[in-house]
Design a protein around this ligand. Structure first.
Ligand SMILES: Cc1ncc(COP(=O)(O)O)c(C=O)c1O
Length: 465
């Protein structure tokens, strides 16, 4: 065994692997370098980062402008208590005000998406008391701490519940998931029941303070609701005096083509929570952005929240640099061109692979949902399989892609196609070639029922008249 391999084993033996039973974590890949869309293991093997790590490295790796901003801040003022102003946090607030939707212009800085949501829940519950309930959706992830995991619909919440660390007052609404509509309906005849039901739910439930949504669901499927969904939800929230929280931790920062995904519907929420792309993952930083109305509430009320590392200058220093680089990149036209290419290529790929049931997404944010049978839509694996001992099909395909030099993050039913926004058409093609070869593993276990792949986020026009 090499020295490096021994140290990796020691490392694994003395650290906790996230979201996993520990006994399976013996020899994680040792990554030594990363540049552009690639990262490199200790042998020098290159991997295309086709999921932007955890859908956060939106600018790819080793962006000079962001690194320089962090280094300069580290040399000047790496830390100061949050109650002082400093150039880094001031510049970060200025940068945020250039990208946030109009009206969302009061910010709290923390260091993770989890904390951004935790802060939002506390603010919601203070501002809306005695109403305290928050409606979330099953297909969601909002973070790992008590309130944020309670808001989470995916199987990670089940373990937190068993550990009795979840908080009361969270209800789950049906998802807007057209490929497997929870109402068994089809758009547009459905009348967007998934939105309409929220009105019923809020009125029947009582004491509802807020609805939290990932505008385009991230880890749990790149689910894009029909065009009417968010305008309806905004009206429902307003009519019931309920706040709307948009968790843009993953969907923000131009991943879907706009600064924030909610812009696709022209809807302004009462809160945006975000992290990941805010620094393009160069520093841990997160933002809870609120409307003036929420901000005004705290003029007289105590905002009873904070952390030692709230408004951390080193974290904040990456924000203006990342915003600048992202704006430059979007102005170049490259991400828009590549997004169109990626969509076309993914749709073509779905024609060649029996196991691809649905291809859905937008921008640089796509899902391939794998199924055994396109007609019945029978999945290979379900939610309850996620933490079982079973080798999930998505995991097997992702492992083969990795062997072929392409990193793709798998969930229990989908593969996450979310490359950095700097990727070129040729690099997309290179990654897709490896993915196509890997998909043969799933194709071999799929049946040919003659049904085509679905492109469930290509919504037909709503009925007129
Ligand atoms: C939509 C969403 N919200 C919240 C979080 C939690 O963010 P973090 O992992 O930075 O705590 C994530 C993480 O993936 C996320 O995707």
């Amino acid at each position: 065994m090499t020295d490096a391999a021994k140290r990796v084993q020691e490392y694994a033996a003395h650290s906790f692997h996230t979201w996993s039973r520990q006994k399976g974590w013996k020899a994680p890949l040792l990554v030594n370098d990363a540049e552009g869309i690639y990262f490199y293991d200790h042998t020098g093997k290159a991997y295309i980062d086709f999921s932007s790590q955890l859908m956060c490295s939106n600018l790819g790796h080793k962006n000079k402008a962001v690194i320089e901003a962090i280094v300069k801040q580290a040399e000047k003022l790496p830390y100061i208590v949050p109650s002082f102003a400093n150039e880094a946090t001031m510049a970060a607030v200025e940068a945020l005000r250039t990208v946030m939707p109009e009206g969302l212009d009061r910010f709290f800085f923390s260091t993770s998406g989890t904390e951004a949501n935790e802060a939002a829940v506390k603010m919601v519950r203070q501002a809306c008391a005695p109403a305290y309930k928050v409606i979330s959706r099953y297909k969601s992830y909002h973070g790992s701490t008590a309130a944020s995991i309670s808001l989470t619909g995916d199987p990670r919440r089940w373990y937190a519940e068993q550990a009795r660390v979840t908080v009361p007052g969270v209800c789950f609404a049906p998802d807007s998931y057209c490929y497997r509509c929870p109402f068994g309906l089809a758009y547009p005849q459905c009348g967007v029941q998934c939105a309409a039901y929220l009105d019923y739910m809020i009125r029947e439930e009582g004491n509802v303070a807020a609805v939290i949504v990932e505008p385009i669901v991230g880890t749990n499927g790149r689910l894009i609701p029909p065009p009417e969904y968010y305008p309806m939800l905004r009206r429902i929230c307003d009519a019931n005096r309920v706040l709307l929280v948009a968790d843009e931790v993953m969907s923000g920062w131009f991943r879907t083509g706009t600064a924030f995904a909610m812009e696709h519907w022209g809807v302004v929420p009462d809160f945006i929570t975000t992290a990941k792309g805010a620094s393009a993952a160069y520093t841990p930083v997160a933002v809870t952005a609120t409307s003036q109305k929420v901000a005004e509430f705290f003029e007289e009320e105590v905002f009873c929240h904070g952390h030692t590392y709230a408004f951390h200058p080193l974290s904040a220093a990456a924000i203006p640099a990342a915003v600048g680089e992202l704006k430059k990149l979007m102005a170049s036209g490259l991400p828009q061109r590549v997004a169109a290419h990626l969509k076309r290529r993914l749709y073509e790929l779905s024609e060649r692979h029996l196991s691809v049931g649905d291809v859905r997404g937008i921008g640089h944010f796509w899902a391939l949902e794998l199924v055994k049978d396109r007609r019945s839509r029978e999945p290979f694996d379900v939610k309850a399989d996620k933490f079982s001992a079973k080798a999930l099909m998505t995991g097997r395909v992702a492992a083969e892609a990795m062997r072929r030099g392409v990193y793709i993050s798998p969930w229990y039913d989908t593969l996450v196609i979310a490359p950095p926004l700097i990727i070129t058409e040729a690099q997309v093609d290179e990654a897709l070639a490896a993915l196509e070869a890997a998909l043969e593993i799933a194709d071999r276990e799929a049946v040919d029922s003659g049904a085509p792949a679905c492109h469930s986020t290509e919504y037909p026009a709503p009925p007129t008249g």
